[in-house]
Write a new protein. Structure first.
Length: 475
């Protein structure tokens, strides 16, 4: 034990002796007893550690599944390290990995290891089509973007560089994006699809997306063996301490920022940190950590569903400008960025408005018939496109009989009102003849919510000065 820790222990003993006097001095109603301070302290500190580390834990699970689990790749990503998985169809309710996926673009997803050398991302001429590659660190914060908004649509090559690499890039690599703070990077690419007939065209574009290790650049390299050796997360069903063991391994693999040292020094006291072993802790500490993981997971879900993170306008939750790069706001990073979406776009790229309640601030229920009405001059202000998606409490698209998962400005057959406005019907049952073209089916259970996605939104959306109309219950 270091001198510093002896000193801490000495202070704790003094405080313990003084506890009765302190309780009465602080508040006369404080009479609670602590059965084992080790367990209670481990629980309180472990809860903070779980919030801090959730993106690392979740990304370990997602990465392992998407890289190693030989499943049906139609909707769930499956590709080796440093290779793209391309969606061949728009997302629907068959996808069950959460994260509130969209139903407007074909995804192109890859897990990159840039610890040893950069990976070069290449794309063809994209014309006028909306596309974006969101580059995300292991902590769920965005690193940079390649795409229509940021780098243009002409054919280009970009180096994705890790935290330690030093060197020069070839002349035919257009440049590097922002240096990744972690050796592992997640790419979430989105390419706009305009109707079923457009899927085949987008699939051809996807085949021209390239990921090339820098050492293979410009050479007739032989195909490398596919790499699928990634860290295996320990699920809580197999080991109640599994999430914290996974966190320790992920922090060793992806060293946290130096300025987090003061936080990590506290977590060390309960066995949490790069390469540490929680099994070496006393039994009371381990039991406290198990409690922290269970309650921490429930807390993160409740925090997101509460909408507490947002500016509320007409029942719509407008995200704060920091979304996508919450940085050191560990709660928002965990609940509203990682858990809610795996990652979140920067507002300049896309703003997602979430509605859990109607115009009377009541949660949506299975039996209600709801409407969202836009005036002719009040459509969502965007430079690209907008759409409304329907989700269940499990953060997945809602299954429905007509296989419609979103509705928006590109939906074929939408019927405008006599005054040029647009009314969208949100019901479990058909809204009736003449209204089905504008119907987004809701589930026959409670707890559903909707997300209004706006890509390349105008400043008034980002600043929450454009007021999206409320969702009104009609019956």
């Amino acid at each position: 034990m270091t001198k510093e820790r002896k000193h801490v222990g000495s202070r704790i003993k003094k405080l313990h002796k003084a506890a009765p006097m302190l309780r009465s001095a602080v508040h006369p109603l404080v009479t609670g007893k602590v059965e084992d301070w080790h367990g209670e302290y481990a629980y309180s500190l472990g809860l903070q550690a779980f919030v801090y580390g959730f993106p690392y834990i979740y990304n370990a699970q997602i990465r392992h599944k998407w890289v190693t689990d030989d499943h049906d790749p139609t909707f769930t990503p499956y590709a080796a390290v440093n290779e793209f998985w391309h969606a061949s169809q728009l997302m629907d309710a068959s996808y069950r990995d959460g994260g509130c996926p969209n139903n407007d673009t074909l995804y192109s997803i890859a897990w990159l290891d840039v610890g040893a050398e950069p990976i070069v991302l290449s794309h063809p001429d994209m014309g006028e089509r909306y596309f974006t590659f969101e580059l995300i660190g292991i902590d769920s914060n965005n690193i940079d973007y390649v795409g229509q908004r940021t780098t243009g649509s002409k054919p280009k090559n970009f180096a994705i560089v890790g935290p330690e690499w030093q060197g020069d890039l070839p002349s035919d690599v257009d440049g590097s994006v922002a240096r990744s703070p972690s050796p592992w990077v997640l790419i979430i690419g989105r390419t706009l699809v305009d109707g079923d007939a457009d899927v085949a065209i987008v699939r051809e574009l996807q085949q021209e997306y390239r990921l090339t290790p820098l050492s293979d650049w410009g050479a007739e390299a032989s195909p490398r063996p596919r790499r699928r050796d990634v860290l295996v997360p320990i699920e809580p069903t197999a080991d109640p301490l599994g999430p914290f063991k996974t966190l320790n391994a992920m922090l060793a693999e992806n060293p946290p920022p130096e300025h987090h040292e003061v936080v990590l020094r506290q977590f060390e006291l309960i066995g949490i940190g790069p390469g540490l072993d929680v099994e070496a802790q006393p039994e009371a500490v381990k039991q406290g950590l198990i409690r922290a993981e269970v309650l921490g997971m429930a807390m993160l879900k409740q925090q997101f569903l509460s909408g507490d993170w947002a500016t509320i306008v007409n029942g719509w939750r407008y995200p704060p400008p920091e979304i996508g790069r919450y940085g050191d706001d560990f709660l928002l990073r965990a609940a509203d960025q990682s858990l809610a979406g795996i990652a979140c776009n920067d507002p300049a790229e896309g703003v997602y408005l979430v509605a859990f309640t109607d115009s009377e601030d009541k949660t949506f229920d299975a039996g209600g018939a709801y409407e969202l009405h836009f005036e002719a001059d009040g459509m969502p202000p965007v430079d690209s496109f907008w759409s409304l998606g329907m989700y269940g409490p499990d953060l997945n698209l809602v299954a429905n009989a007509i296989d419609r998962y979103s509705i928006g400005d590109r939906t074929a057959g939408l019927v405008t009102d006599a005054d040029g406005g647009l009314t969208i019907h949100l019901t479990a049952e058909s809204p009736g003849e003449g209204n089905e073209a504008n119907w987004l089916p809701s589930p026959d259970t409670d707890g559903w919510f909707v997300i209004l996605r706006m890509y390349l939104p105008h400043p008034e959306v980002i600043e929450a000065t454009w007021a999206c109309p409320p969702i009104v219950r009609r019956s």
